[in-house]
Design a protein around this ligand. Sequence first.
Ligand SMILES: [Zn+2]
Ligand SMILES: [Zn+2]
Length: 574
Amino acid sequence: MFKKVDTNMNFVEREGEVEEFWRQNHIFEASIKEHEGDPSYVFYDGPPTANGKPHIGHVETRAFKDMIPRFHAMKGAMVPRKAGWDTHGLPVELEVEKQIGINGKEQIEKYGIAPFIGLCKENVWKYKGMWEDFSYKVGFWADMEHPYVTYHDDYIESEWWALKEIFKKKLLYEGFKVVPYCPRCGTPLSSHEVAQGYKELTERSAIVRFKAKDQDFYFLAWTTTPWTLPSNTGLCVNPDLDYAKVKAADGYTYVMACSLLDKVLGPLAKDGTPAYEVLETCKGTDLVGMDYEPLYDCAKEAAEKQHKRAHFVIADSYVTAEDGTGIVHIAPAFGEDDARVGRENNFPLIKFVDEKGRMTEETPFAGMRCKPTEKEIAAGAISADPEVLKDLSARKLLFDAPKFTHSYPHCWRCDTPLIYYARESWFIKMSAVKDDLVRNNNTVNWYPATIGTGRFGAWIENVQDWGLSRNRYWGTPLNIWTCPCCGKQEAIGSIQELRERSTNYDEVLARLKAEGKGGYSSDYVGYEHIELHKPYVDQITLRCPDCGGEMHRVPEVIDCWFDSGAMPYAQHHY
Ligand SMILES: [Zn+2]
Ligand SMILES: [Zn+2]
């Protein structure tokens, strides 16, 4: 048994011998077995991605991840160590796009989502062997024979369970983020990119008459983006400014900021007749809550469909009396301030512009472009702005359309004027659990302690709601089904529940089997089921319990950080 200590100083060779000994005699497995029944020490191995090669930084983390569990095992604890692989996400998609020579979402859809995700599934294992060799080589002990894999259906099902719990607590919600967006490229731009493309533009703005509901006066509001008017949801005043109701020389009664009366209404003065006569004055706050008639029926219908009150006056200090009328038209889908005050006042999200910058079917301006370039107009695009102005003018709702010049951001790639555009997204309401996060963080024994109080602590103190959804393909599908008729949303928490709630599960499964191109299996969960990935899971429909409509899954997948964060429970199935 005793082997004389070798004087051979070749450490690489010696390490190789030890590694081989461990492997052949299943020393790691034995070390686990030895501690069966002992108190456990829990170790969570955050999963690496195997579509990238291990690098020198991983040696350090793997050394730590081995040393501490090993120490506790030597002290007599049971330390299970399940290896895992992080497999979803955009980097995988980009690798596959490169591999097959395509670029962008449109080309992926043309190629076919099913074959595309098939390639993603292969791609994630590209460097698996290298990772395993590397892990053995640095003496990292973990159960690599039975790893958890974030794209397996049992893992995804566990995440669905968790997401449903979050949904039930009303902490998973659909919201939106307004971003600078190029309608031609179809992508949002970072603030750095936006800064590269400012240019002077001369355009027509609009001063619009919004008729007060059941009363004989109009709010005068100014906007620089007439194409956003069909999506109007509210009017915003400054709470502390003085406003006046005036009888104007054009016969109308208006409400607007006192300090801008002369500038806006002044030109109405004629032959000794004054431009206006002040009837009464008040503060902005006094106007809050007053209803007005929406400019377009489509906006009224959209608000009703979302069961939200819209088209009334709100107040916020960002409104100034520097230009315009002191009353700002609010379209939460098309401006950051608009989005913020919209959220604070629980306005509906009305967005009558599609991803290509075209006015949508609901409006009288279907297909027209907001902010087309000269080149696009020459090629036949119709600009929405002049058409909206014409329409309002014909309905006597346009007070004036003064020209103005401003510096406007353009896409640095293609020179198209950018628009501020709301992109729908699902969020986890982290802000609602901030106190718990802070309390938990304070119990963590950080080394060095400054991480807990510094970078990590500060991040938790300022925690934002988590933008969870991604408009991509290779990821855990978000398990929310919605009803197009009544807006009902439902979270599905398991494969079993999906099968029970679905109206066409067996039909879809039978079709996938007949096609013989995958999309179903008995893997991981032990019975035949439809794979929990796009495009398969998207074909499953439910019946709306409220109105009987046909519910479809939302198209999004989720942030792959939710995958890796689900590891504590998902590695063992929920
Ligand atoms: Zn562009
Ligand atoms: Zn319904």
